[in-house]
Design a protein around this ligand. Structure first.
Ligand SMILES: [Zn+2]
Length: 426
């Protein structure tokens, strides 16, 4: 009897499409040559990891799944408090504040009872847990690993790896043996922290950065080799290898909430009436009911600042996959500058923080906005009907991954359940 179809997704966090070269990414280059490559593939907004993980898991933009970004505002008396979505306890905070986690089902939920899903992730805890916040399958992360029912896994089963390239490598090794060869779920996800992790503290194109890119490439190569062996043994496997977003170089750091306060548009520096949830090269701004009359003034102020790029207010948020809800009224993508960094890598950007800029970050990588380079993840698909060695120019996005996986597994129905659509296979 033929074995059931299964899907394998590998994400190299933050690996920008134009930074994949034969020199630094020999495994990905070889994989691209025998895959279908998506040349017009885009991130979501904000182009950050945690909301992207939820978008990969659900096939929906934040307007529908409800996870606004790497940070987000939740209600408190008289306004909002900004929470770190990456913290392990944020799933519980979101549930306590809103009565739910994500508003739409994840792949793990859809595949429960249909071969299941196992996720191995080495990014932030939140970036891992929002693949499956309600515990339908298995999520392995160094801050805590969970099985169905969100039951914590025992010490011997828990994923104990370091948050760096060495941890990615150890995680990949275990993933290939235990998940791909032994447990064989319908969906296996491997989400590496590199090169994103290093890019946040190093210049794009530097020796340190290129070493992290090569490390991620080696992990991808290890999965490709394992999948090849399983296919040679007769298995039908869809392999998707990609990233969630690219990166740009920090040219300027702006304390956006402090600026809004100094412009006289919020009560106190730390008052909850108007709060800024920074997303790297973008920011989300939440207003209390009593401050809603200041939305237009804050938007005008932002538009007058040289460090602002696109400013979207209320109903305009729907143009970037966001919704005016939960006090969120404004999104700003920070300004882009012409030119390139010291290593000749194009893409310079202003970034947003709440109160205090750390000048040491100037020259390092960042992402989160609508810039050309940060909205440039890569995606290669092989297996099934995907035409090997071909390129696709049609616009695609990371929300297309979930419907692609479900269609491949024979579980597609009701296109309206997703913002994305199955990737064009040929
Ligand atoms: Zn990321």
């Amino acid at each position: 009897m033929a074995s059931p179809r299964r899907a394998v997704l590998v994400m190299c966090d933050g690996l920008r499409r134009d930074l994949i070269t034969p020199e630094h990414c020999p495994h990905l280059t070889a994989l691209a040559a025998r895959s279908r490559c998506y040349d017009n593939h885009r991130s979501i907004f904000p182009s950050v990891t945690r909301s992207s993980a939820a978008s990969v898991a659900t096939g929906c933009h934040p307007a529908r799944h409800g996870l606004h970004g790497n940070t987000m505002g939740l209600p408190v008396a008289d306004g909002h408090a900004v929470h770190n979505v990456g913290a392990p306890e944020f799933v519980a905070s979101l549930r306590a504040a809103t009565g739910r986690t994500l508003r739409v089902p994840t792949l793990a939920e859809r595949l429960r009872g249909h071969g299941g899903a196992i996720v191995f992730s080495n990014v932030s805890p939140g970036g891992a847990y929002f693949h499956d916040p309600d515990g339908h399958g298995y999520v392995y992360h160094r801050a805590g690993s969970f099985g169905p029912g969100r039951v914590p896994l025992l010490a011997g089963d828990h994923l104990e790896v370091t948050h760096d390239a060495a941890g990615d490598s150890a995680m990949t090794e275990r993933f290939c043996i235990e998940v791909l060869q032994e447990r064989r779920p319908s969906l296996a996800v491997l989400w590496l922290c590199e090169p994103d992790h290093t890019q946040h503290d190093a210049a794009l194109g530097s020796a340190e950065h290129l070493a992290a890119v090569r490390a991620a490439d080696r992990c991808a190569g290890r999965v490709v080799e394992t999948v090849d062996r399983l296919r040679a043994a007769g298995e039908d496997i869809l392999l998707l290898v990609g990233s969630d977003h690219g990166h740009e170089t920090i040219a300027q750091i702006v304390a956006v909430e402090r600026e809004i306060h100094e412009a006289g548009l919020k009560r106190e520096l730390d008052s909850p009436d108007v709060v800024v949830a920074p997303q790297g090269t973008s920011a989300l701004i939440y207003f209390s009911a009593d401050a809603l009359h200041r939305v237009e003034a804050v938007a005008s102020f932002l538009r007058s600042r040289p460090w602002s790029g696109e400013v979207l207010v209320d109903a305009e948020l729907s143009r970037i996959g966001m919704a005016p809800e939960g006090g969120l009224c404004i999104a700003v993508s920070m300004a882009k500058m012409p030119g390139q960094n010291e290593y000749g890598v194009p893409g310079l950007s202003a970034t947003a923080v709440r109160f205090d800029a750390n000048p040491k970050k100037i020259g390092c990588g960042q992402h989160g906005g609508l810039g050309e380079q940060e909205q440039q993840p890569f995606l290669f698909a092989s297996g099934g009907d995907f035409a090997p060695g071909t390129r696709c120019d049609a616009p695609t996005a990371i929300v297309d991954i979930a419907p692609t996986v479900l269609q491949y597994l024979g579980m597609a129905s009701g296109a309206d359940r997703f913002d994305g659509a199955p990737l064009p296979a040929n």
